[in-house]
Design a binder for this molecule. Structure first.
Ligand SMILES: Cc1cc2nc3c(=O)[nH]c(=O)nc-3n(C[C@H](O)[C@H](O)[C@H](O)COP(=O)(O)O)c2cc1C
Length: 361
């Protein structure tokens, strides 16, 4: 970690030490709502990433003082139970589980989490059913949900969620249309009832400070953690991240408004081209009466599920889905989770020191 409490000659000065300690306290104050809610040292969540956010990455993030989140994805209740137990064997720190609301066994998955003592369940993939929110809260855990607009944020709070994530279109994976810059302005000033975490395009601690000062409780990062040393992603997947610039992480194109799939942001490659062909072919089969609308919708969604696994696990970065956010341009090397978090905190502290210097001069 870079030491900023040193003079140019390399020796620590009492004034620099005091400034650093004050800035660290200021950071703790700024994200207190987030750290209290998560039970962590830092209000930094590792966003759940299908195939990537399993026991190793999740425990590494939690052990480093952040909040890891297991991506349940399409796992069965039995597999999820195993993954939670394996994660608990690697960390005693809090971590969460991300469940996709359209999973056909959502209720069972919730019960698996509750039985295992998971304290926070993230419900992703649309507005969650009230029954799931109720079951989680009655089971003693907390619910985190995604709010893609202010009106939905208010509705989710009325439904009983305990915290929100606002995720901008800059993020990797399935994204909405609005940037975090705009979502933050639309939502943060108006939500005080629950902690709100920001996600999408964040790769530096000074950016986190900016959002905390706007009222966020903490930040969720995915892309940077996907390339971490502890991530099980294939070396070729991580190399593709290191090579890529922000402009290479584009959203997939929706061919037909009757199939309003959420766009997926990832690195452009042969796979992203194939997705267009796949949609066109699915559309043709739907129009020919070979597939019902629901079946066609599933066909389109299933394309990405298989393609992500190929990229992450098999290292097929040409035809697989290399989901990545625009922050991929700031991934420069494979770093340990501890180094990534230390760097983020260090950048946040430095930003606060600079701010206080500006006030004093
Ligand atoms: C490879 C990849 C897979 C992802 N899979 C999921 C997922 O299964 N569920 C989910 O809620 N979010 C998923 N996300 C989004 C992340 O949880 C996180 O919110 C996002 O990466 C934050 O933006 P950033 O990539 O700019 O840091 C995924 C992101 C990436 C990069």
């Amino acid at each position: 970690m870079k030491d900023t409490s040193t003079s140019p000659a390399g020796t620590s000065t009492p004034a620099a030490d005091r400034a650093r300690t004050a800035a660290r306290h200021e950071l703790d104050r700024l994200w207190a709502a987030g750290t209290d809610f998560l039970g962590t040292e830092y209000a930094i969540l590792g966003g759940a990433m299908s195939w990537v956010s399993e026991r190793h990455l999740v425990s590494a993030i939690s052990n480093a003082g952040g909040f890891g989140v297991i991506a349940c994805g399409a796992m069965s209740p039995e597999l999820l139970e195993t993954e939670i137990a394996a994660t608990q064997a690697l960390t005693t720190k809090p971590f969460g589980v991300n469940l996709i609301t359209m999973h056909p066994q959502l209720e069972d998955l919730v019960q698996v989490c509750l039985r295992a003592g998971v304290g926070h369940i993230v419900l992703a993939g649309g507005i969650p059913p009230s029954s799931a929110i109720r079951a989680i809260r009655e089971g003693g855990a907390r619910v985190i949900a995604f709010a893609p607009a202010l009106v939905l944020a208010k509705r989710l709070i009325r439904m009983g969620v305990d915290a929100l994530v606002i995720e901008g279109a800059e993020a990797g994976g399935h994204v909405g249309p609005v940037s975090l810059t705009v979502l933050a302005q639309e939502i943060l000033p108006h939500i005080t009832e629950v902690p709100v975490f920001v996600a999408g395009g964040i790769a530096r601690g000074d950016a986190i400070v900016g959002f905390l000062e706007q009222g966020a409780a903490g930040a969720q990062l995915g892309t940077r953690f996907a390339a971490a040393a502890e991530s099980i992603a294939h070396p070729r997947f991580k190399e593709a991240f290191i090579r890529a610039n922000a402009r290479d992480a584009l959203t997939s194109v929706q061919l037909d408004p009757r199939f309003p799939v959420i766009p997926v942001r990832g690195l452009v490659n042969d796979g992203s081209q194939r997705f267009l062909t796949h949609q066109a072919e699915t559309l043709r089969r739907f129009q020919a009466g070979e597939l019902s609308k629901d079946e066609a919708q599933l066909e389109i969604e299933h394309f990405w599920a298989g393609a992500l696994r190929r990229a992450v696990i098999d290292g097929d970065v040409e035809t697989g889905s290399v989901m990545a956010g625009q922050s991929v341009g700031m991934v420069r090397s494979v770093q340990s989770v501890e180094d990534i978090i230390a760097e983020l905190v260090d950048q946040a502290v430095e930003a606060l020191i600079r701010r206080s210097d500006r006030r004093e001069h």
